[in-house]
Design a protein around this ligand. Structure first.
Ligand SMILES: Nc1ncnc2c1ncn2[C@@H]1O[C@H](COP(=O)(O)OP(=O)(O)OP(=O)(O)O)[C@@H](O)[C@H]1O
Length: 386
């Protein structure tokens, strides 16, 4: 799309952007020069272009791909995830974008109501693009229904089978589900998404983009499937013991033996879905975690630790977005030039960081307006995903 046409669409449809247009260096760059008396050098664009994302690789495969975007709070995860989803859709991939952050901002980012915990079509995109803001409370209820409302120990006690409860150690599902645990919110969310994925009506969606919660939550998300898996295994083992005990008890009183091979129950299904989550996270052919950061020492350090943890968990990571980079300008205020110097220094730190230097660096400029609405996301997407 011609830059001027895009600019017109942004101006028409995104009030917040158009209010700032006359002062936006990037929009100015697109027009090749002078706006509001400010001249922007051609080399600004050249510098930004160096940090290409190799989007052709991301878009070319027709099989389904999962992209998880994560990083420190407020760095631009939602904006990058939403812009990627819009870009995939505009390249013909039916796409779903899912927020697993309990503090959702997809609706704000798209400037549309996407709340309610159900998949909703995003307006203003040519190909199918659905968005989902996961409602953790709904999902917790669902898990509780599957595992029972009581703690496992209480349940065993009330059944007069307390002697088996030791098998479970300190496991208390109710506490686990009620704890203010973002990891559980996340895993519940992803498990819910997998449920959607299993349904044939969603088969056609070839790109699934996750806007994840800030770093700490996401790391818990990655380790939780294993925790759930072992917990569920314990419960299943216990259930088998109880079934065997009940069977012996009934046998003594001349009742028919309970069949040893039961059909899969809800716990088994939950376990299966946990395994799927774990496998999806680690599958190099289908999944990629994109780290989003900003050019500050603190954010870079956190991103480096995030990458180390993801690597340890065998989660595929190939790209690092450094967002909110100040574009070059000849007429800099003192603050801008000091910040730019600092940002250049931080980019140097990335190059020397043993974790982050392995990644493809994507440089994303700081725009002088909030990125809200599909036209603005398209604009941002064209700068990042190329
Ligand atoms: N490159 C950019 N230029 C200008 N504004 C930006 C840029 N990237 C993000 N923003 C703005 O910064 C704010 C935070 O962005 P966003 O919601 O995408 O971050 P986040 O990492 O998802 O935040 P949270 O951790 O709170 O979910 C938004 O107002 C967004 O429009």
């Amino acid at each position: 799309m011609a830059a001027s046409l895009l600019l017109n669409r942004v101006t028409r449809t995104s009030r917040s952007i158009s209010l700032h247009l006359g002062f936006n260096p990037l929009f100015a760059q697109i027009h090749g020069g002078r706006i509001s008396g400010t001249l922007f050098r051609e080399r600004s664009l050249a510098t930004l272009a160096e940090g290409a994302s190799h989007f052709d690789e991301m878009v070319s495969v027709s099989q389904r791909k999962y992209y998880l975007l994560g990083g420190k709070g407020g760095v631009g995860k939602t904006s990058c995830a939403a812009s990627l989803a819009v870009k995939f859709a505009s390249y013909g991939h039916p796409t779903i974008v899912v927020s697993t952050d309990p503090a959702h901002s997809l609706s704000d980012s798209f400037s549309q109501d996407l709340s309610g915990g159900v998949l909703k079509p995003v307006q203003g995109v040519d190909s199918p693009l659905l968005a989902l803001e996961i409602t953790p409370e709904k999902m917790k209820e669902e898990i509780k229904k599957q595992t029972g409302d009581k703690s496992v120990k209480n349940m065993m006690d009330s059944m007069g089978l307390g002697m088996f409860a030791g098998e479970l150690g300190d496991l208390n599902l109710e506490d686990m589900l009620n704890a203010a645990s973002p990891g559980i919110d996340e895993i519940a969310a992803i498990s819910k998404v997998l449920q959607f994925m299993e349904s044939p009506e969603y088969n056609k969606f070839t790109r699934i983009v996750f806007d994840t919660a800030p770093t700490g939550h996401t790391l818990r998300l990655l380790s939780l499937p294993d925790f759930y898996d072992s917990s569920i295994s314990k419960i299943t083992k216990l259930k088998k013991k109880i079934t065997a005990a009940a069977s012996a008890f009934k046998g003594v009183f001349g009742r028919k033996e309970i069949q040893q091979q039961e059909p899969p129950n809800e716990l088994d299904q939950l376990k299966e879905r946990m395994e799927k989550v774990r496998n999806v996270f680690r599958d190099v052919d289908t999944t990629e975690f994109v780290i989003v950061t900003i050019p500050t020492v603190m954010a870079i350090n956190e991103s480096s630790r995030l990458h180390a943890s993801l690597r340890k968990e065998n989660v595929p990571v190939h790209r690092l977005i450094v967002n909110q980079l100040l574009p070059q300008s000849e007429s800099d205020c003192k603050l801008c030039s000091m910040r730019r110097k600092e940002q250049t220094r931080v980019l140097g730190l990335i190059q020397n960081d043993t974790e982050l230097s392995r990644l493809k660096l994507i440089q994303s400029p700081l725009l002088d307006a909030e990125i809200r609405g599909v036209p603005a996301l398209k604009f941002m997407g064209d700068l990042i995903w190329k």
